[in-house]
Design a protein. Structure first.
Length: 173
């Protein structure tokens, strides 16, 4: 697998402060994609032991809420095996940190992905320029869904993540 960057203390790609792995490879080629440099599966640099150490060192910080896999597309066929391994390792080493994953595939297309059961939030669907809406949180276009994977698996129907649900816990009804 190849990657372009590991972002630390990111606030734009999921809830809380996150570590983000930006992988190489995407076949969706969405019109006006914000990251077309990541489309080439041979682009970026090799994800080696040093990159993995950097990723998990950043993730180990107490103030980091979790990891986000983005790109490119983490579920590009050439990325799936390595991304699955990293997802499982994250859940084993940091069971209280959340795992978010962005993909252009629909949940229905990847519901058999072996590591899906370890993911907390899945943002699915291609970016569609005509449906772009800058008022939306976590997504670029209104067709994209923010799926609560664990609730979806348990109920056997798509459950959209409610990022305001934590407010009642904070007394901000």
């Amino acid at each position: 697998m190849r990657y372009h960057n590991i972002t630390k203390d990111d606030m734009l790609n999921g809830e809380g402060l996150r570590t983000v792995l930006w992988v190489a490879g995407c076949t969706h080629h969405c019109k006006n994609c914000h990251n077309p440099i990541t489309w080439d599966i041979t682009g970026g640099i090799e994800f080696d032991k040093s990159a993995e150490d950097e990723l998990f060192e950043a993730l180990s910080k107490k103030h980091v809420s979790g990891i986000t896999f983005s790109g490119g597309d983490p579920l590009h066929p050439f990325n799936r095996e390595e991304v699955a391994r990293l997802i499982k390792k994250t859940k084993e080493n940091f069971p209280n940190k959340t795992i978010w994953l962005y993909t252009g595939y629909l949940y229905e297309e990847i519901k058999d992905f072996e590591a899906l059961s370890f993911i907390d939030i899945l943002i699915d669907g291609e970016f569609i320029e005509e449906l772009k809406d800058e008022r939306l949180h976590w997504v670029g276009s209104s067709n994209q869904r923010i799926i609560d994977v664990q609730k979806t698996i348990n109920s056997n129907e798509i459950v959209i993540y409610d990022d305001n649900s934590h407010l009642s816990l904070l007394g901000a009804d």
